[in-house]
Design a protein around this ligand. Structure first.
Ligand code: NFS
Ligand code: SF4
Length: 642
């Protein structure tokens, strides 16, 4: 069955995933991401190194990394230019995705306020005030709808032509960061403009200077940051800022006795409404009538899963790389997708099972799926139609094909910046950040590491996450997690009080216990705080900026690092790039396609640090990576005199 990648056990360390890969009843036609990965071996070395170019039709061109063949493309571009251009386009792709998501939320917020999207309303008034105040929008004596409308308009204006730096960058970054961005000419003034500019400067015969191209990529990445922040802020306004919530994670949350409907993708605009209407008695009754004694069971996959877990406690079935295994349980009656990170392979997998794949967005259709177009003016009706499709499909479930692993773990999720500050304020109401800052100073918290990004087929699923974190927790590093990183820790039981007792070093455990008990959780906070989806990477920045400002230092001086040990997508590249611009050391467990250029590699892993404080650290070995991050934290502690 396997060649490279070897045994099944090398595919994932998630036992529930392995149970399904071993026991599924899809027959021999059923292929997964891991089979297709093997079929792709060996992958193209030029592509892996980033030295091929297809930006014009004279190409494709490729540079010989060994120096024996061509050293320039037909137009004269060398490896440095080609690699820098390719990386910049990845950042632009990621930014286009996050900003498409953000723009979508902003439009719906505006329509809701104008009465054109009646199923949406401002849910979190406090968040409206908070965001408006941050942006300098007048709040005093005004009604919340008017304020929210100003916020929505301000958000939409970020996409167009502006003379000044994006409001969401100016209002949420430290002074030191903003100065560095303008000094380097990387402060973005338009989200769409930054994406278009990267596409322009990297097309045939424009920018050939690798350093200049990389600055363009960083500017675009900062536009991505603004987009992520807008998406998170406006989703909170519409659906509420997440608060700690109990849930469960892993494939065992799919139930034999219920109609199982999985929500997959990224944008909460549809999934949150589905979560709201799923409790309607008529729908639950319909599910029972269809023969499912357990009624309706919603589960999440990828970042849509994170969004609905954070706000509704809906359990998370699995993450990106293992999305097919949800179908392979034979018990998924519908898989409802919006956009991003949805492998077309789910429709192929569904050919071997009864699962109905439902696409909902005009820009994200798929052969083999049924398309039910999402309409924001009739969102609840649309959600009900989708749920009824899933319910009607229950009767097609084939009992012989069931393979539902029993495994799932408890999770405490929902740690928005607001929720973290609220928990800390139970320890010190006057100065909520003081307990955090003091414990960083004493070394009880040696530092903070944000884990973000995907699960990749190129490494055993979750292995890097789990091995790194065991070491970091023992060394008293507080862990924040988003996206599929959060999914990994959720599925492996790291988001519980018990995990703090089991894995956290004494200093960290003491802090988490004190805060957890003061906040009334009846035990320690989990050692990994689930901060949400990938656009929610803006949330940890808010916490870090607050700490930096409290200490009167810049982000690049804080003992804060980030890691994407199994990154896959262009979005992850964009986030990694803005995290570096924000001043963080950023670990990558899989090398991005840049190693074909010594110049680009050196800039990203060291020279950029002189300019911005942040840099990339590429290390595939999880233990060495964790040690590298600890060294980076200690270096920063020393810089602060700690
Ligand atoms: Ni982030 Fe979330 Fe997962 Fe990666 Fe995809 S779901 S947006 S990109 S794969 S973490
Ligand atoms: Fe080749 Fe230059 Fe065209 Fe790229 S842009 S394909 S390097 S000729």
């Amino acid at each position: 069955m396997s060649t490279k990648g070897g045994e099944l056990v090398n595919r994932s360390i998630d036992q529930a995933v392995l149970d399904v890969l071993n026991g599924h009843k899809g027959g021999c036609k059923m292929k997964t991401v891991w089979d297709r990965y093997e079929a792709q071996q060996p992958q193209c070395g030029f592509g892996e190194l980033g030295v091929c170019c297809r930006h014009c039709m004279q190409g494709p061109c490729r540079i010989d990394p060994f120096g024996e063949g061509p050293s320039r493309g037909i137009c004269g571009a060398d490896a440095d230019t080609i690699v820098a251009r390719g990386l910049a386009r990845m950042v632009a792709g990621g930014t286009a995705s996050h900003s498409g998501h953000a723009r979508h939320v902003a439009h719906v917020l505006k329509k809701a306020l104008l009465g054109e999207a009646p199923d949406y309303a401002v849910k979190d008034k406090g968040k409206v005030e908070e965001v408006a105040t941050r942006l300098g929008i007048q709040t005093l004596g005004r009604n919340v709808k008017d304020i929210a409308l100003d916020v929505a308009n301000k958000a939409l204006a970020e996409f167009g032509d502006n003379d000044e730096t994006l409001a969401w960058v100016t209002a949420t970054m430290t002074k030191g960061r903003l100065e560095a961005f303008s000094r380097l000419g990387i402060a973005p003034t338009s989200i769409d403009g930054s994406v278009a500019e990267v596409m322009h400067r990297t097309t045939y015969g424009v920018d050939a200077e690798p350093v200049n191209i990389l600055f363009g990529a960083l500017k675009c990445a900062l536009a991505d940051y603004a987009a992520c922040h807008i998406a998170a802020d406006l989703s909170d306004i519409l659906f509420g800022a997440p608060q700690p919530v109990l849930s469960r994670a892993n494939l065992g949350v799919i139930r034999q006795d219920a109609v199982n409907i999985a929500l997959h993708g990224h944008n909460p605009l549809l999934s949150d409404i589905i979560a709201q209407v799923a409790s309607e008695p008529e729908l639950i009754e319909a599910a029972k009538q269809a023969g499912a004694s357990g009624g309706l069971n919603l589960v999440g996959i990828c970042c849509t899963g994170n969004e609905v877990m954070m706000r509704h406690g809906i359990p998370l079935a699995t993450s990106s790389v293992s999305q097919e295994t949800a179908v392979m349980t034979g018990a998924l009656d519908a898989l409802v997708v919006d956009y991003q990170c949805i492998m077309p392979a789910v429709a192929t997998a569904a050919e071997c099972f009864h699962t109905k794949i439902i696409t909902t967005m005009p820009i994200a259709k798929m052969p083999g799926a049924e398309h039910i177009e999402f309409s924001d003016s009739k969102a609840a009706d649309c959600a009900r139609t989708i749920l009824r499709k899933g319910i009607a499909n229950f009767k097609n479930r084939c009992p012989d094909k069931l393979c539902i692993p029993s495994r799932s773990t408890a999770v405490v999720a929902g740690f928005s910046a607001e929720a973290i500050i609220a928990a800390l304020s139970k320890v010190n109401a006057e100065d909520p950040l003081k307990p955090l800052v003091d414990n960083i100073a004493t070394g009880n918290i040696r530092g903070i590491c944000l884990f973000a990004g995907c699960n990749s087929v190129k490494t055993p699923q979750d292995r890097n996450y789990i091995e790194m974190i065991k070491l970091l927790l023992a060394e008293n590093v507080l862990i924040l997690a988003t996206g599929c990183a959060a999914s990994a820790y959720a599925r492996h039981g790291f988001m519980t009080s018990e995990a703090t007792k089991q894995y956290a070093g004494a200093g960290l455990a003491a802090v988490l216990t004190a805060v957890g008990e003061a906040a009334g959780l009846g035990g320690p906070l989990p050692p990994v705080l689930h901060m949400g989806s990938c656009v929610d990477n803006a949330r940890p920045v808010d916490v870090a900026v607050a700490v930096a400002e409290r200490l009167g230092v810049d982000l690049s001086q804080l003992p804060v690092v980030a890691s994407a040990p199994e990154a896959v997508t262009e979005k992850a590249v964009a986030i990694g790039a803005w995290a570096v611009a924000a001043g963080l050391p950023v670990h990558l467990g899989l090398a991005p396609p840049v190693l074909g250029s010594v110049v680009v590699t050196k800039i990203l892993t060291s020279a950029v640090s002189d300019l911005l404080g942040g840099y990339f650290l590429v290390e595939p070995d999880p233990i060495k990576a964790a040690k590298g991050l600890l060294a980076a934290l200690d270096q920063r502690r020393a810089g602060l005199g700690l």
